[in-house]
Design a protein around this ligand. Sequence first.
Ligand code: GTP
Ligand code: MG
Length: 197
Amino acid sequence: MKITSAEFVVSNSDVAKCPKSGLPEYAFIGRSNVGKSSLINMLTGRKSLAKTSGKPGKTQLINHFLINKNWHLVDLPGYGYARVSKTAKKTFQKFITEYFSKRLQMVCAFVLVDIRHKPQNIDLDFMQWLGENGIPFCIIFTKADKLKPMAIEKHVEDYKTILLETWEDMPNYFITSSSKSIGKDDVLHYIDELNNS
Ligand code: GTP
Ligand code: MG
């Protein structure tokens, strides 16, 4: 899919105020600093559409971007600041869970994880929560430019091993790098297929 237009629409802390158009949307979620905003810029080919930063916690609101005038990309704040607690509900900011519970037009969540790290409980817990709530998601491994191909393979295998302990199948996943534009066509093609299904 070619991106012909990408525009910022609105930032919100209140899920009820998000766009009411009902256009299909795809949300980027993951730990602070994992590269959500950078990925949105890479996919849209717009360098500073979404604000990025080396400091975790840059994105604080739900940001909607209108793509090709007919679907939304959504940049969400990172999770991982809240102190670890027993239930996902307490761990993830309330409005992130509210976003996923209320936005019925959300077609697929992309859960971003940094390819360099071993599977982390906070990400696994979040995927578990999505699964329990029937919310479709894929995994996007980020920052693939930081590892050699063999190491990438190893880290993906580690993820598969852990996920297959609780899941019947490995969720769809993509290996990406925003700085090297790796994975762009695969992710856009996937969104295109979902938009047309
Ligand atoms: P918050 O909004 O704070 O939750 O962060 P975020 O997930 O939106 O991350 P952001 O896109 O702001 O990127 C965080 C840092 O990681 C920035 O310094 C980026 O330049 C860097 N970064 C993001 N993607 C990549 C990548 O693919 N490769 C490398 N090497 N660095 C990346
Ligand atoms: Mg961000």
